[in-house]
Design a protein around this ligand. Structure first.
Ligand code: SF4
Length: 212
């Protein structure tokens, strides 16, 4: 099937099957940024525990993370795993956003992305999650679920890079933060509930039922 038609139809089926997901699960911009770092290589339940610890200790803000000691942060975010690495990433990103952050950079999305990705511990997926969910800047977030689903439907190859996959969405789906927000969240739901790593539930999957 033509890639453009597939990606458009996939979004339509996901939205009509699952409904709006209304991501990101966070109340403030700081919480979204912090959550985007904490969710690296772990599940959301563990992130919630770490966020709850930060909240209870009045440190769910970039300002607090900037000023707190690394030991304190590490002990609070421990449930999210890789806590030493994530502590240094949080320190770095907290400093970036609270030390003369140039608000005008939001008008230069690619420059903003470049700066974020230059920070230690911020890769494509985390950087794009921050841009999309914390700043409403339309960069499509490509994660393991997206890759798995698209590989299984032969839309991408096993070795396609993050940016190659992202460019498919940017080429064929209108650059709109709301749409990219929902599309990524819907892909996560599909990956978690149907397109499982070992035994995909194709027989009951809405994508198969929808004719893709
Ligand atoms: S579960 Fe099967 S039908 Fe559904 S997205 Fe995965 S490969 Fe496609």
């Amino acid at each position: 099937m033509d890639k453009e038609i597939f990606l458009i139809k996939l979004y339509e089926i996901l939205l009509s099957s699952f409904g709006k997901q209304n991501w990101w699960p966070g109340e403030t911009r700081d919480e979204i940024i912090i959550g985007a770092v904490l969710t690296q290589n772990t599940n959301w339940k563990n992130v919630e525990k770490a966020i709850s610890n930060l909240k209870t200790n009045n440190c769910l803000s970039l300002e607090c993370l900037r000023n707190a000691s690394s030991d304190t942060i590490a002990s609070l975010i421990r449930p999210a795993g890789f806590y030493k690495q994530k502590t240094s990433t949080l320190k770095e990103i907290a400093y970036y956003f609270t030390n003369n952050f140039n608000q005008n950079i939001k008008k230069k999305p690619y420059k903003f992305r470049e700066e974020l990705l230059s920070l230690k511990g911020i890769g494509n997926e985390t950087g794009d999650s921050i841009l999309l969910y914390a700043f409403d800047i339309p960069f499509f977030v490509v994660d393991a679920y997206t890759k798995r689903i698209l590989i299984r439907h032969k839309i991408i190859g096993n070795h396609d890079s993050y940016l190659e996959i992202q460019s498919l969405f940017h080429s064929f789906i209108p650059k709109n933060a709301y749409v990219y927000n929902e599309y990524h969240a819907l892909m996560v739901k599909l990956g978690k509930e149907y397109c499982l790593k070992k035994e995909p539930k194709c027989n009951t999957c809405p994508i198969k039922k929808g004719g893709l």
